[in-house]
Design a protein around this ligand. Structure first.
Ligand code: NAD
Ligand code: TYD
Length: 339
């Protein structure tokens, strides 16, 4: 492993992963391949982009020619695929880009990995592929995939294609399925950056339904360290869940956010629920722990630290909450907030 192509590396988790890996492996080369959709942002990479072993290529993972050129030019031996459309609410409004990128795009990358006989193809997946998990169960890697949103279905489809390329062609693949990530550089459509930036501007916090849904909020840096464990210590053909093993109810998350910012609880507004909203995700993380990894952050501290990052980095999020963001916000929340 020497020349890594990090697809989707200008997004939230991808950029955090690039930071971690460039600090840890200064002798590797990092080729960031990203389409720069609304969620891609070169500000996320500003601290590393002048390093000599960093290259940025603007490209779509669905573009087989450009993917092949990039692999040849930079003698890529490893692909880590973060590229995806990632927001459940947008997948309900407009599913097509989700299918294109996660289904077609993942297949394009797998074909290229096969043709160029790469050392490793790693797919970044999500706990959402398992679907809604009733108490007290936790998902293990061999469980059936029962995705319920177009986003989750597009990610589950990608996982199945990765597994098929491993089984049929012997492609050296691994998959990791992470729980909800939080931390610096997350686009403010996701709940914690959305609520923090809304609260800072005195806007309402639109809690879907009763707010009793549970998520395993994990600090993005912990997730990225675990992906590094899978790359360097994981077994080929295997899938690894990555989470905390601790669930936090959304209303508790909002309470911590409000306390951290010192704003009024009156900002909370319960609004019409998301269609098909999964009540609970829960991961069994024994397998990734057996590689020697464990999360460094307590989930409640991770929420506090994340809120503080947005509080202290208005320069980053004010640019991102632009006209395009406002148009999305109106479409997603306009009617909900009136009712
Ligand atoms: P993000 O939306 O912040 O970033 C996605 C990145 O992919 C952006 O930079 C975007 O420009 C790029 N991209 C999108 N379509 C592309 C295409 N066709 N070609 C090339 N680049 C493209 O997402 P994120 O939260 O950083 O998530 C990264 C990955 O991790 C995704 O695969 C997601 O499914 C997975 N994941 C996310 C979470 C989470 O909580 N955010 C949890 C588990 C897994
Ligand atoms: P989100 O950050 O969109 O992640 P995901 O749906 O992929 O888990 O949402 C996290 C939780 O917060 C989820 O239960 C939905 C809820 N939520 C709200 O209550 N209001 C909102 O405006 C958003 C975006 C999410």
């Amino acid at each position: 492993m020497k020349n890594l192509m990090i697809t989707g590396g200008a997004g939230f988790i991808g950029a955090n992963f690039v930071h971690l890996m460039m600090a840890k492996y200064p002798d590797y080369n990092f080729i960031i391949y990203d389409k720069l959709t609304y969620a891609g942002n070169l500000d996320n990479l500003k601290d590393v982009m002048d390093l000599p072993n960093f290259v940025f290529v603007q490209g779509d993972i669905c573009d087989a020619d450009q993917v092949a050129e990039t692999i040849e030019e930079h003698q890529i031996d490893t692909i880590v695929n973060f590229a995806a459309e990632t927001h459940v609410d947008r997948s309900i409004l407009d599913p097509d880009a989700f299918v294109r990128t996660s289904v077609n795009g993942t297949w394009v990358l797998l074909e290229a990995a096969k043709k160029y006989q790469l050392e490793r193809y790693h797919q970044i997946s999500t706990d959402e592929v398992y679907g809604d998990i009733p108490e007290p169960k936790s998902s293990v890697e061999g469980d059936a995939l029962e995705p319920r949103s177009p986003y989750a279905a597009s990610k589950a489809s990608a996982d199945l294609m990765v597994q098929a390329y491993h089984t049929t062609f012997g492609l050296p693949t691994t998959i990791s399925r992470g729980s909800n990530n939080i931390g610096p550089y997350q686009y403010p459509e996701k709940v914690i950056p959305l609520f923090t930036t809304n609260a800072m501007d005195g806007k309402p916090l639109p809690v879907y339904g009763d707010g009793k849904q549970k998520r395993e909020y994990q600090f993005v840096g912990d997730h990225c360290e675990a992906i590094d464990f899978v790359l360097h210590k994981g077994n080929i053909g295997e899938i690894y869940n990555i989470g905390t093993g601790v669930e936090v109810e959304n209303m508790r998350m909002v309470e911590i956010l409000i306390e951290t910012l010192g704003v009024s609880k009156d900002l909370i507004q319960h609004v019409t629920d998301r269609a098909g909203h999964d009540r609970r995700y829960s991961l069994n993380i024994s397998k990734i722990k057996s590689l020697g990894w464990k999360p460094r952050h307590d989930p409640e501290d991770a929420i506090r630290q994340t809120v503080e990052w947005y509080r202290d980095n208005e320069w980053w999020w004010r640019k991102v909450r632009n006209d395009e963001f406002d148009a999305y916000y109106e479409r997603q929340y306009g009617e909900r907030l009136k009712n």
